[in-house]
Design a protein around this ligand. Structure first.
Ligand SMILES: Nc1nc2c(ncn2[C@@H]2O[C@H](COP(=O)(O)OP(=O)(O)OP(=O)(O)O)[C@@H](O)[C@H]2O)c(=O)[nH]1
Ligand SMILES: [Mg+2]
Length: 300
């Protein structure tokens, strides 16, 4: 019989390279928020893949970026702190890169220090020509001794198995750390908060979405008149300024309704249960520089 393997795999990379997209692809469930904006992921999110002969526990991390405030600093710290703890690192870069940029070089230095097994994932190959890709592979292969270099498109499911097999090859014998039915260690409350934040990120513009955080105050399962199970969820979207509050609520409350509707549809699909979602918007100035609030996003 084949030995059972297990291990912790961390996804690291600059912001917006597609780490969360890849995590969701590998897990086969939506565990992390995705948006075409920088700094979508704020905290370490675990996704679990259970295979016949292995259990792989992934940690998605906030993208590395230039810090402007305490939240940013904490996000970078969370990502760098996850590197030495990993059995295998998935280092994601964008295929469109010409060279090893400053952010990627910084990540590579941390990987070198930690001396962890690392697989280089070159994402978004749908956006570049082959010659450019080969050049990039060459540059990176000279910079570090990667276990493997895999060019992919995280939006295409055909790459899933290739990556999982490569990871499995690099894992050691070990037990299943999590129940094999589980695919994340996030609570439903955290998933609900992330879903609402993702919709706000997608629908809002400029600096507004980066200054928000979501807190679910109530989550209660009940039966409705037709004896169907329904979750009552109440959440508050905190933002930095009165003007932001106005934008989030929108004319006649339209924007908040859109955010709520999109979040509800997503959650009903992911949780497999009807949802009754109520949302409020409140201003909490300077929360982004408030260490005790920001600690909420620290690596657990
Ligand atoms: N064209 C293309 N776009 C992709 C691919 N993978 C991801 N994206 C897009 O890239 C954007 C960022 O994806 P995310 O998964 O949120 O990126 P991230 O690295 O988690 O970003 P942060 O959480 O901010 O660090 C989204 O709009 C994705 O749809 C890909 O293979 N090709
Ligand atoms: Mg992300």
């Amino acid at each position: 019989m084949a030995e059972f393997k297990s291990g912790f795999v961390t996804l690291v990379g600059r912001t917006n390279v597609g780490k969360s997209t890849l995590l969701n692809l590998l897990v086969g469930e939506k565990v992390a928020a995705i948006a075409n904006k920088v700094q979508t992921t704020r905290t370490a999110i675990r996704g679990i893949v259970n295979r016949e002969n292995s259990q792989i526990i992934f940690t998605d991390t906030p993208g590395i970026h230039k810090p402007k405030h305490k939240l940013n600093e904490t996000m970078n710290e969370t990502s760098f702190a996850s590197i030495p703890d990993a059995d295998v690192i998935l280092f994601l870069i964008e295929a469109t890169s010409e060279d090893i940029g400053k952010g990627d070089r910084m990540i590579l230095e941390k990987i070198k220090e930690a001396k962890r097994k690392t697989i280089l994932i070159i994402n978004k190959i749908d956006l570049v020509k082959r010659e450019k890709l080969l050049k990039l592979i060459d540059i990176y292969s000279k910079a570090y001794d990667f276990e493997a270099v895999i060019p992919i498109s995280a939006t295409n499911v055909k790459y899933k198995e290739i990556i999982l097999e490569e990871i499995e090859k690099n894992l050691k014998e070990g037990p299943a750390y999590y129940d094999t039915e589980e695919y994340t260690d996030q609570t439903m409350r955290q998933l609900a908060e992330e879903t609402i934040r993702e919709k706000a990120l997608k629908l809002l513009q400029d600096e507004v979405p980066h200054g928000i955080y979501v807190e679910v105050e109530k989550m209660k399962l009940r039966k409705n008149k037709n004896n169907e199970e329904i979750y009552d969820i109440e959440a508050t979207i905190y933002c930095l300024r009165e003007s932001h509050k106005g934008i989030i609520i929108g004319k006649n409350g339209e924007m908040l309704k859109r955010i709520g509707r999109a979040a509800r549809i997503d959650m009903e699909e992911n949780f497999g249960v009807k949802i009754n979602l109520k949302t409020w918007v409140k201003v909490k100035e300077d929360w982004i520089d408030n260490q005790s609030i920001v600690n909420k996003f620290k690596l657990q």
